[in-house]
Write a protein that binds this ligand. Structure first.
Ligand SMILES: NC(=O)C1=CN([C@@H]2O[C@H](COP(=O)(O)OP(=O)(O)OC[C@H]3O[C@@H](n4cnc5c(N)ncnc54)[C@H](OP(=O)(O)O)[C@@H]3O)[C@@H](O)[C@H]2O)C=CC1
Ligand SMILES: CC(=O)C(=O)O
Ligand SMILES: [Mg+2]
Length: 415
């Protein structure tokens, strides 16, 4: 453990601090170059944009730039550690945007007093970017923040911990339930956590066919049920009319455990109580609700996923956010709507059923083969097919649902 700690610190510190930098896309060597890039030449695109704001997409980096914006109130599963402490995660998201979808991305950490202050700050800078990826903002404030910003901005605003997580988790769950021989509309779900990720995931599962009455959601006070009087409007959506009160009450005979809460909150004894052939996605980062070794030691009929890169079945929003934004930016979608999100779910789920190319295996030297099954319910983040497959599906859904300003698919999807 201490070895990975030091390696991670060294990775972030050397050879230069941090993980991202700005690079130039135009020559800036001669005085003529400077006359074009800066004064006097720069005045020309200024005038063009002043006369028509859409020209910002033509003459600036707006159309390929996404801001990753956080206030550090729910940094992974580490909690509310403030905006500055969230910066490594936000730089990390920017790295992933560039690495996987060639989207330029900048991290912005906002110190604010009220929720309205945060919304006003983001709204004020939004026109700079082609899209805004909100990250690690805790519930329930995240719901109002996203709703307001979508209303006030004319670029896609997407809270990754809600929708990126929901899209990937739903894709993995559809496949895992199929492998386990279970139907989503029969399955009983236990969701530990009732925050940004949990509410969005369970809402997405319902859109994919899960029955709300088969969902037991828990927060720090236990099961969310109809007789509780301390529920916010978002938790109330999942209030179950039940006498069950504890994790042990609801985990008995459950088909699915979804963890979006914190480390080590699910025990081996809990897992032993689940129905035959269960699905356990323990998605808290960096440490899951139960370690896969422990879960596998208890029973051999389960499918296990975590949010981490170092175990099979990484259930993590990295499989979505670079690609959904690629698709949205490419057709200049004004929003990321439900049609685009569902298109991403099925594009990701379907890719896991395709034969895996050698170059993907080469990126995972500890794995000798990968094929659709209990240890491979989702594609690997390094799979180069994610970019065309997910972006194409998302762009097409944006066009079909009428939110795209460009109504032809990019030719680079035709690979
Ligand atoms: N793998 C992935 O792709 C992703 C994983 N996650 C993980 O999900 C977790 C939650 O993130 P997010 O939704 O953004 O955060 P939020 O702060 O919005 O929500 C956290 C939720 O977890 C609940 N919780 C915390 N501790 C416990 C506990 N001991 N018992 C029961 N419930 C508990 C909280 O309960 P209460 O409401 O009572 O405070 C709250 O409902 C994090 O660990 C994060 O790493 C998040 C996004 C993506
Ligand atoms: C993966 C991620 O976004 C999280 O754990 O918050
Ligand atoms: Mg996050």
């Amino acid at each position: 453990m201490s070895d990975i700690r030091q390696q991670a610190l060294d990775y972030h510190e050397f050879p230069v601090p941090g993980k991202t930098a700005v690079c130039l896309t135009k020559p800036a060597q001669s005085s003529h170059d400077l006359a074009l890039a800066y004064s006097p030449g720069v005045a020309e695109p200024v005038r063009e944009i002043a006369s028509n704001p859409e020209n910002a997409y033509r003459y600036t980096n707006k159309g390929n730039t996404v801001a990753v914006i956080s206030n550090g109130t729910a940094i992974l599963g580490l909690g509310n550690l403030g905006p500055l402490a969230s910066k490594p995660v936000m730089e990390g998201k920017s790295l992933l945007f560039k690495r996987f979808a060639n989207i330029d991305s900048i991290d912005i950490e906002v110190k604010h007093r009220t929720t309205e202050d945060f919304i006003n700050t983001v709204e004020a800078i939004a026109d700079t970017f082609g899209g805004i990826n909100l990250e690690d903002i805790k519930a329930p404030e995240c719901f109002e923040i996203e709703r307001e910003l979508i209303k006030r901005c004319n670029i896609p605003v997407f809270h990754d911990d809600q929708h990126g997580t929901a899209i990937v988790t739903a894709a993995g769950m559809i496949n895992a339930l199929e492998i386990q021989g279970k139907k989503i509309d029969d399955a009983v779900f236990v969701c530990l956590g009732a925050g940004a990720a949990a509410i969005a995931c369970m809402s997405m599962f319902v859109k994919c066919g899960a029955l709300r009455e088969n969902v037991y959601m828990l927060d720090r006070q236990g099961v969310i049920h109809t007789r509780r009087e301390d529920l916010n409007e978002y938790k109330a959506l999942f209030a179950n009319n039940t006498d069950k009160r504890t994790l042990q009450d609801v985990i008995k005979d459950a088909d699915v455990f979804l963890g979006l809460s914190g480390a080590d909150l699910l025990t081996a004894d809990d897992i032993a109580l689940m129905a035959p052939n269960p699905v356990i996605f323990a998605c808290s980062n960096p440490d899951p609700e139960i370690k896969p070794e422990l879960a596998h030691a208890i029973r051999n009929d389960l499918i296990m996923g975590t949010g981490r890169s170092d175990y099979p079945n990484q259930v993590n929003n990295v499989l979505c956010f670079p690609f959904i934004f690629r698709g949205a930016l490419d057709v200049r979608a004004q929003v990321i709507n439900d049609e685009m999100k569902l298109a991403a779910v099925y594009a990701i789920a379907n890719l896991a059923k395709e034969p895996v190319p050698e170059e993907v295996l080469a990126a995972y030297p500890k794995v000798s083969s990968l094929s659709f099954g209990a240890e491979y319910v989702l594609p690997k983040p390094m799979d180069p097919r994610l970019l065309p497959n997910v972006a194409r599906a998302v762009s097409q859904a944006a066009i079909d649902s009428g939110v795209a300003k460009i109504t032809t698919l990019p030719t680079e999807y035709n690979v």
